[in-house]
Design a protein around this ligand. Structure first.
Ligand SMILES: *Cc1c(COP(=O)(O)O)cnc(C)c1O
Length: 407
């Protein structure tokens, strides 16, 4: 209940990442408490009435108020530089809450064509059923975004860098386009996290998170969040959460809360390894092309370095060689199946390095024509770099790289 007086407003990000939280309980725990309780006992009926009526702060019921979830929200808001945050049960339920809170029948959305697959489906198909119309545009061509805006455009939605090709969009330019149209810009910051990129500093209105990825960082829980102004969180999103219940469990919130304490050093260390691995792959004779924002060969390298605090992030992709889609697929599978240490899984943001062929996993539901249009070929492999020693990562990838097509 009590805490030492603090000068929290002057704290640096590194400090907020380990210190921002609700007050300690009467026991003075040093590691934040996990409040595994569905409801909270009210001191008396008058207090209960005031709390339920919103006239007094106080915990009521964990669908919409819980101290552990509140600690995670305070810490993530502090890192993103937003006034407030609301935790959600997954990254996708954060997108759901965003759309339920902001959109109504007749509204229009402009969205990058390269956003996460389930986001494409949720905004484009599911909300299409309720009369929300969406125009999908190029990740990088700002003119396409400008031309797509209509009088009823309410929301621009972007994700940068994209999965798996790491295309980077200009957040500040998109914020200008949104605001000139009287619309809001939401940015999915899953790949960079606030350790590398703060969309709010660049003019975005809402930051969307999958806590499942780097925020947890050790592949344990599914979680999500929206970060925005107090007016948007309290005025728009909390009422929807209270009715719709896409709530973050206290346990999962606690895991993410503790993950945030090491987010900064993890993102630096994983980005450093990813950059070294990208350089090594780029000079490898049996690699056709590498996609990584930290490489000078990346088409938006300068923008990425400006926007992402000089770091490329932990995800890279590369093409092996192959004369046909069949050969490309065979070679990619050979490289993946020859690894002995890397985790063959489509998840990312873990300290354990993961490897996957996007064409048959994360982008397997697309038609071959849609994949070609998106540039996701059969010979593309994605690696989400973790914290293993670089020599071990290279050795594990070399086994298949040195032998594919030579069977
Ligand atoms: C994984 C992911 C999501 C969805 O998050 P979940 O926690 O799996 O629901 C959204 N956006 C991006 C960029 C992701 O990688």
């Amino acid at each position: 209940m009590t805490s030492k007086p603090t000068s929290r407003d002057s704290w640096h990000l590194d400090t907020l990442a380990v210190r921002a939280a609700v007050d300690k309980s009467q026991y003075g725990e040093n590691s934040e408490a996990l409040f595994l309780t569905s409801s909270f006992v009210q001191p008396d009926s008058e207090t209960a009435a005031r709390r339920f009526g919103g006239e007094e702060d106080g915990y009521i019921y964990s669908r919409f108020t819980n101290p552990t979830v509140a600690s995670m929200e305070q810490r993530l808001a502090a890192l993103e530089g937003t006034e407030a945050c609301i935790g959600t049960s997954s990254g996708m339920s954060a997108v759901l809450l965003l759309c339920m809170g902001l959109l109504k029948s007749g509204d229009h959305v402009v969205c990058s064509r390269s956003v996460f697959g389930s986001t494409l489906k949720l905004i484009g198909s599911e909300f299409g059923k309720f009369g929300v119309q969406t125009t999908f545009v190029s990740q990088t061509e700002l003119d396409e975004w400008r031309r797509a805006v209509q009088p009823n455009t309410r929301l621009l939605f972007a994700e940068t860098p994209t999965n798996p090709l790491t295309d980077v969009c200009d957040i500040a330019a998109l914020a200008d386009i949104a605001h000139q149209a009287g619309a809001l810009l939401a940015v999915d910051n899953c790949f960079c996290t606030p350790a590398l990129q703060r969309p709010m500093d660049l003019g975005a209105d809402i930051v969307v998170h999958s806590g499942t990825k780097h925020l947890d960082g050790q592949g344990r829980v599914v979680a999500g969040a929206l970060c925005a102004s107090d007016a948007l969180i309290r005025g728009t999103f909390v009422p929807v959460m209270r009715s719709a219940g896409m709530s973050l469990s206290p346990f999962n919130a606690w895991v993410v809360l503790k993950g945030l304490e090491t987010l900064g050093i993890r993102m630096q260390a994983q980005s450093q390894r990813a950059l070294e691995l990208a350089h090594w792959l780029e000079s490898h004779p049996r690699v056709a092309r590498v996609y990584y924002p930290g490489l000078e060969s990346h088409p938006q390298h300068a923008l990425a370095m400006r926007q992402q605090h000089g770091l490329g992030g932990a995800v890279l992709s590369f093409d092996v060689k192959g004369d046909s889609p069949e050969a490309g697929r065979r070679h990619a599978f050979h490289v993946i199946d020859s690894t002995q240490m890397l985790s063959v899984t489509a998840n990312l943001g873990d300290v354990k390095t993961t490897i996957t062929q996007p064409a048959s996993t994360s982008h397997g539901r697309l038609t071959e024509a849609q994949r070609q249009a998106a540039g996701i070929q059969q010979h593309l492999i994605r690696v989400a770099v973790g914290l293993e020693h670089l020599d071990d990562l290279k050795a594990d990838l070399s086994r298949g790289l040195d032998t594919y097509g030579r069977a």
